[in-house]
Design a protein around this ligand. Structure first.
Ligand code: AMP
Ligand code: ZN
Length: 481
């Protein structure tokens, strides 16, 4: 079995991943803030974390994967109030949507998914310890702050200059309305304010709510102990979130928090940052509405190395929202599916093959190289490249059935490691004229950028049991039955 190696943000080195204890690799991923749909950038991070876990398991380790839900913060409170819902009802709604998207994208569920609201006592206890040890202080408004100057190694993850921190000259830290001794100090507990409404808890410092950074430190400690194997998130979390987590946890326990820090680079859309005002903010629902599948999106999201930015090309050269990136993924998946079928035919008979089968398979034939690429700093583009090279080298028609079966299992294992599901074989049949007419009208509406009509017609066609799939040349109609 290959050893897995990964770049570590703290040491800035590629290091082997070895569990601290036994054969179970125990890691924490910062989860979503559940106040709206997760966007495809968030999913770049969550899908890569899933490929990371699958690779560890296929390399022979067991895993214990904890991912939290941020269900109380400024945004969840603000938007639940705007929606006229209780915080719980509001965050439960978005949590369900998040789980559904994760399922569609074929992400394995974490072993534990704790929420901030479910762990208030643990957070209060941690703040008490920090106050007792002289790392935190209460301010006049009932908030409690972490004193950055009490933790000399503050800044070690992001390599921030301490002097800059004290003066705030880096511009990296923005002061908020709470009262604190130093601009770098951050809130562990936020004293209740009017705009919080009924969203507050009792504490030794008065009513209020925990700070976002503290939530993760407390949940890491609860489920993974003082020290664990790896901590992960998108690159925007390095500072201040993860820096603050390290300060809180290590000041509290005196132990090193995590052995390894894994950060994924951001997804860009058409070369820019995703934002609602730029109209380039996509969710999985948007992608599916445009006629693409979650599997095609997953393919795009892992098509670049996690340490490189990934530019999701949504618009073609003419500015049409035709999703060239997803078109490319569709073609690639169809190529793999065609090859898979020819191996299957050559094997004669193939068994059911699950993720568990992939984990226990030791002979991966020509597809071992693809697994090696994943084990070597999670090189997903290289793994795809090696799958295509193996496909070129193998002539299924020349193989004996047992050889074809061996390669078929190897291919499925490489696909399972990346969580890629192949498109099902489609039954192409003639659509009735009224459906074909609607599809044609939808195509025209799309050309005219009349998205509302295009979406409505697509939904009507879908309801009648037909799916419109956009292709390079135009579109095709596929029966859902
Ligand atoms: P949030 O729901 O904002 O707390 O973010 C959830 C996860 O998505 C975090 O790990 C973020 O770092 C990550 N993330 C946010 N934006 C992007 C992006 N554009 N590309 C990749 N990851 C992102
Ligand atoms: Zn976190």
């Amino acid at each position: 079995m290959p050893e897995m190696r990964l770049f570590d943000t703290l040491s800035r080195e590629i290091r082997e991943l070895k569990p601290r204890e036994g054969d179970t690799y125990r890691f924490y991923c910062c989860g979503p803030t559940v106040y709206g749909p997760a966007h495809i950038g968030n999913f770049r991070t969550f899908v890569l974390q899933d490929v990371f876990r699958r690779t560890l398991e296929i390399c022979g380790l067991k895993t214990f994967h904890v991912r939290n839900l941020t269900d109380v913060d400024d945004k969840t409170i603000r938007d639940s109030q705007a929606a006229g819902k209780t915080l719980t009802d509001f965050t439960e709604y978005w949590t369900k949507k998040f789980h559904k998207d994760c399922d569609s994208l074929n992400n394995l569920p974490p072993h534990k998914e704790p929420s901030a609201v479910g762990h208030i006592p643990q957070q209060v206890a941690m703040i008490e310890e920090l106050v007792e040890k002289g790392h935190a202080y209460r301010s006049d408004d009932g908030s409690v702050y972490f004193s950055v100057s009490s933790f000399p190694t503050y800044g070690k993850l992001s390599r921030l200059d301490q002097r800059e921190l004290k003066t705030g000259a880096s511009g990296a830290i923005t002061d908020d309305e709470y009262e604190k001794d130093s601009v770098a100090d951050f809130a562990l507990w936020k004293g209740r304010r009017e705009e919080d409404g009924e969203n507050y808890w009792e504490s030794p410092w008065g009513q209020g709510r925990p700070g976002w950074h503290l939530e993760c430190s407390a949940m890491c400690r609860e489920y993974l102990g003082e020290s664990f194997d790896l901590h992960s998130g998108g690159v925007d979390l390095v500072f201040p979130h993860h820096e603050n987590e390290i300060a809180q946890s290590e000041a509290c326990t005196g132990a090193s928090m995590a052995d390894h820090w894994f950060h994924t680079t951001h997804l860009l859309v058409d070369g820019g940052k995703m934002s609602k005002s730029a109209k380039n903010f996509y969710t999985l629902a948007d992608i599916e509405k445009a006629g693409f599948t979650a599997s095609e999106l997953r393919y795009v999201l892992i098509s670049a190395h996690y340490r490189q930015p990934l530019n999701f090309v949504a618009r073609d050269a003419e500015g049409n929202e035709s999703f060239p990136a997803l078109q490319g993924a569709r073609q690639a998946l169809q190529r793999i599916a065609k090859f898979e079928k020819s191996l299957k035919d050559a094997a004669g008979e193939t068994p059911e093959f699950s993720y568990e089968d992939a984990i226990s398979l030791t002979d991966r034939g020509s597809f071992e190289d693809a697994i090696q690429a994943l084990a070597d700093d999670l090189n997903t583009p290289e793994a795809f490249g090696r799958i295509f090279s193996a496909m070129k080298a193998i002539k299924p028609g020349d193989l004996k059935p047992e050889e074809a079966l061996r390669e078929w299992k190897g291919l499925h294992t490489a696909l399972e490691a990346m969580g890629i599901e192949l498109p099902a074989e489609e039954e192409k049949s003639e659509a009735p004229p009224e459906i074909a007419e609607k599809a044609e009208q939808r195509w025209k509406a799309k050309q005219d950028k009349d998205w509302a009509t295009a979406d409505r017609l697509r939904d009507e066609v879908l309801e009648a049991g037909w799916e419109i799939k956009d292709t390079k040349e135009g579109y095709e109609l596929c029966s859902k039955n």
